[in-house]
Write a protein that binds this ligand. Structure first.
Ligand SMILES: Nc1nc2c(c(=O)[nH]1)N[C@H]1C(S)=C(S)[C@@H](COP(=O)(O)OP(=O)(O)OC[C@H]3O[C@@H](n4cnc5c(=O)[nH]c(N)nc54)[C@H](O)[C@@H]3O)O[C@H]1N2
Ligand SMILES: Nc1nc2c(c(=O)[nH]1)N[C@H]1C(S)=C(S)[C@@H](COP(=O)(O)OP(=O)(O)OC[C@H]3O[C@@H](n4cnc5c(=O)[nH]c(N)nc54)[C@H](O)[C@@H]3O)O[C@H]1N2
Ligand code: SF4
Ligand SMILES: [Mo]
Length: 750
């Protein structure tokens, strides 16, 4: 019998609504849900492939346990017993720090990632925590933490109301947006231009996004800080600073003015490749536009001065009066939080509460940099990582210097992976625990409602009966094992602990609609729901639109969302400052000390650049790229996405190719400080001369995996070339863009 389901796509941050038609246990069709309150039918080529993902015979459905060197299928109980027996004696003998935990991007897209990783980390008792955040957006967390005291509160370009968008290092037509949830990003960009506004794209490549922008400028990789500082300088010089109401609660204004005074706009023009007249014009336009916003992403954060670049973008938004202002950079106001009673002031934000063992790297957000994972495994001594738990991550393709990491993983004493596939990373595991596929699990986007440009809430029920335990249960059982409760402990303990943790706080909070209510009565109500739904319901009902467990009849609850499968839209974003400022001062810290201090590193780099012709002999800088049919290092086993002409060639400018005697379509050797790869080359003048470009996440033809389609795909592994020794120091973020390389023709034998 045919049935229609509505579900939010969990593959990227756009959170598109899907309309899924099933017949029995078959998916008949997936298309965009035209009635979804946020995405209105928009869908990218990946959305409909949840069908193929569900059906993929290579996807893991049974735990795998290593026996006599081979990974073989096992029951869940056998798998957990193998973990108990393999991991716990090791931790007893070598201490808790001998365990590392690595967490990947899909956790953010999975409601269990938001809640169930916490008890796991707590029970593990190790500080060796690593995640994809330090190969991605850690600079943004850091500046958000330092400037407004909340490391997860990102300034979102208010796309639907802005008149002017300056976008740097982002390609949302391919990525569908990042650190901002806005389904149909391309349509929203066209919307800006359609209402007479302007979209200016800054990128070393003339991207798919540049193609629909009002204006595009090439920039030398890594040079955005120069551009942004020059814009700040121009704003001061021409007296264009007008912070509006934000000015009343800003600290550090004079320090910013002093920093800007150091800047030389002509030098910035040389450093960026964008002429001074254009830089000044962009500054003028930003100041003159009724509303404007600067938005920078991957290409601004995965660079040597990622923290300063992230900061400088925010500073421009502040100086032009566009922070926390409609049409500017707004903060999310998700339905599950009560923004109405916020008071400025809080504990503030700090990093370096503890440092890493080998290179003394400071923790940021409770993590160490991805680029120090290999050395922590390799380097002997007290606290050396000998065991690893990975959840939804493929560091052997996604982290820098991946070959080094591969060797380090091979040398571990014990490894557990929770994943859907046996891939480059999980093939090293002693136990692999399969995760359910998206159609088998319910979904609520706690992470992305917190980045959404509208106040939208949406719950998706599972489309199919789960084929195994929910990941929540898997993570809960892992947590219980690590906590010493053994393999037979009831995961219900963790489910309840999570709910009561939130509940007990609510019962004591003055403005909570359930303040002072009877705990058992509310628990009894929540316990009618499946375990993973309880925390969602509790958050919804105590949020600002919530039904307050009867206090506000007809208000928001999971039951209401089940009646509204296309989601509920509570309107555009609203101002959050000063209430949302959680800095110790209760002010917006425009010049945090860590940022000011990092200017010393920047100044030193300027001097170094002036006194040498900067390092690598061949003068080429490597950048990355994304394609709408790929998703980091996975979804490559889905034939409909990867079929056709390979999209993994090295892009190179024809002039750079000519001077190296490289022909279009030929094979080249790309070499960096840490590795070399062979790849086909594609010549294009969509690239700034001196820049070459490769996508990441490829190179699947290795032993021991189970991805029959992915392994047939052509494509080099970009992260063999990325140096793990270079980071944005304050955030620990890897430098993935602007990597010096040489490119040479490969003389084909015979
Ligand atoms: N050179 C270079 N490197 C990069 C980047 C770049 O631009 N250039 N981008 C970086 C960025 S932004 C990121 S976020 C990282 C991503 O790096 P990771 O976070 O490691 O993500 P992936 O490599 O895509 O691996 C995701 C893994 O999760 C599994 N998975 C998918 N869904 C689920 C699920 O629901 N549960 C579980 N348990 N597993 C699941 C997949 O099978 C896959 O093995 O890569 C980074 N690496
Ligand atoms: N289809 C698809 N969608 C995805 C993903 C995917 O792998 N595939 N990954 C998801 C993830 S995890 C993330 S984090 C987001 C990322 O989303 P985006 O931030 O939009 O990432 P990219 O598409 O890599 O765009 C980065 C752009 O920065 C440019 N760039 C490189 N170096 C510089 C520089 O120094 N300065 C400037 N100005 N530009 C530079 C690159 O040319 C590229 O166009 O995408 C998400 N969505
Ligand atoms: S843009 Fe594509 S991958 Fe992203 S949520 Fe929408 S359909 Fe899914
Ligand atoms: Mo990412």
């Amino acid at each position: 019998m045919s049935k229609t389901h509505f579900r939010t796509c969990p593959l990227c941050e756009a959170t598109c609504g899907l309309e899924i038609t099933t017949d029995g246990d078959q998916v008949v069709r997936i298309r965009g849900d035209r009635d979804d309150v946020f995405s209105r039918g928009f869908i990218c080529p990946k959305g409909s492939t949840l069908k193929q993902l569900h059906e993929d015979p290579d996807r893991l459905r049974t735990p795998m346990v290593r026996r006599n060197g081979q990974l073989v299928e096992a029951s869940w109980d056998e798998a957990f017993s193998a973990i108990q027996e393999g991991l716990m004696p090791l931790l007893e003998q070598r201490g808790r720090e001998s365990l590392g935990i690595v967490l990947g991007n899909p956790n953010t897209h999975n409601l269990v990632g938001t809640y169930y990783l916490r008890p796991l980390i707590h029970a593990a008792g190790t500080k060796n925590i690593f995640s994809a955040s330090t190969v991605d957006q850690m600079p943004k967390h850091l500046t958000a933490g330092l400037m407004w005291g909340n490391a997860n509160m990102f300034p979102l370009p208010d796309l639907d109301r802005t008149d002017y968008l300056l976008m740097l290092g982002a390609n949302p037509v391919a990525s569908n947006g990042s650190l901002v949830t806005a389904p149909d990003f391309p349509g929203r960009l066209e919307g800006i231009i359609g209402r007479g506004g302007k979209v200016v794209v800054i990128d070393p490549r003339s991207t798919e996004t540049a193609a629909i922008a009002s204006e595009h400028h090439f920039i030398k990789p890594g040079a955005d800080l120069h551009l942004l500082l020059a814009i700040i300088k121009e704003l001061f010089d021409r007296d264009l600073v007008d912070m509006g109401r934000i000015g009343e609660f800003v600290n550090g204004f004079e320090i910013v003015r002093e920093l800007a005074a150091e800047v030389d706009i002509d030098a910035a023009a040389t450093a960026t490749g964008i002429d001074a007249t254009t830089i000044r014009r962009i500054a003028d336009e930003l100041a003159a536009a009724p509303t404007a916003v600067v938005y920078g992403r991957m290409g601004n954060h995965t660079v040597e001065f990622g923290t300063l670049t992230s900061w400088a973008a925010d500073v421009i938004n502040i100086l032009t009066g566009n922070l926390d202002s409609p049409g500017g950079a707004m903060f999310a106001s998700p339905a599950t939080i009560r923004i109405d009673h916020e008071e400025p002031g809080g504990r503030g934000y700090s990093t370096g509460r503890w440092n890493s063992r080998v290179s003394d790297r400071h923790e940021v957000n409770g993590e160490f940099p991805a680029s120090s994972l290999a050395e922590e495994i390799e380097t002997e001594g007290d606290g050396q990582i000998r065991a690893l738990i990975t959840v939804a991550t493929n560091p052997i393709r996604s982290f820098p210097n991946s070959e080094r990491l591969d060797a380090a993983f091979a040398d571990l004493d014990f490894m557990v992976s929770v994943d859907m596939y046996l891939n480059e990373t999980t093939r090293h595991a002693n136990v692999v625990l399969p995760a359910l596929d998206p159609l088998e699990r319910p979904h609520y986007d706690f992470a992305f409602e917190g980045n959404a440009i509208r106040v939208v809430t949406n719950f998706s029920e599972a489309v199919f009966e789960p084929s195994g335990p929910d990941e929540a249960e898997t993570l809960a059982r892992l947590a219980l094992i690590l906590g010493g409760a053994g393999v037979d402990a009831d995961p219900e303990f963790i489910h309840t602990q999570l709910v009561t943790g939130v509940l007990d706080r609510e019962l004591k909070t003055e403005h909570s609609p359930i303040c002072g209510r009877d705990r058992d009565e509310i628990l009894a109500e929540l316990n009618k729901l499946p375990a993973v739904e309880r925390i969602i319901d509790l958050r919804l009902r105590t949020g600002r639109f919530g039904d307050g467990f009867g206090a506000n009849p007809g208000g928001l609850s999971i039951a209401l969302l089940k009646e509204n499968p296309h989601g509920i839209d509570y309107g555009p974003l609203v101002e959050r400052l000063p209430g949302a400022l959680k800095t110790a001062s209760g002010k917006l810290e425009m010049a945090p000390q860590l940022v000011v201090d990092d200017f010393d590193r920047f100044r030193a780099s300027l001097q170094a650049a002036a006194s040498s012709d900067s390092g690598f002999d061949d003068g080429l800088l490597l950048i990355g790229r994304r394609h709408v049919r790929s998703n980091n290092s996975w979804m490559h086993n889905i034939n409909v996405l990867v079929k056709g002409k390979s999209r993994t060639a090295l892009y190179m400018h024809p002039d750079d190719a000519a001077s190296r005697k490289i022909d279009d379509g030929s094979t080249v050797l790309v070499a960096s400080q840490v590795g070399e790869v062979e790849t086909a080359v594609e010549l294009t003048d969509d690239l700034m001369p001196g820049v070459v470009c490769l996508p990441h996440g490829w190179g699947h033809n290795v032993e021991g995996t189970r991805m029959s389609i992915a392994r047939e795909q052509i494509g080099a592994n970009l992260n063999e070339l990325i140096d793990d020794a270079v980071t944005d120091v304050p955030s620990g973020n890897s430098v993935l863009n602007g990597v010096p390389v040489t490119v040479a023709p490969v003389a084909l034998m015979g």
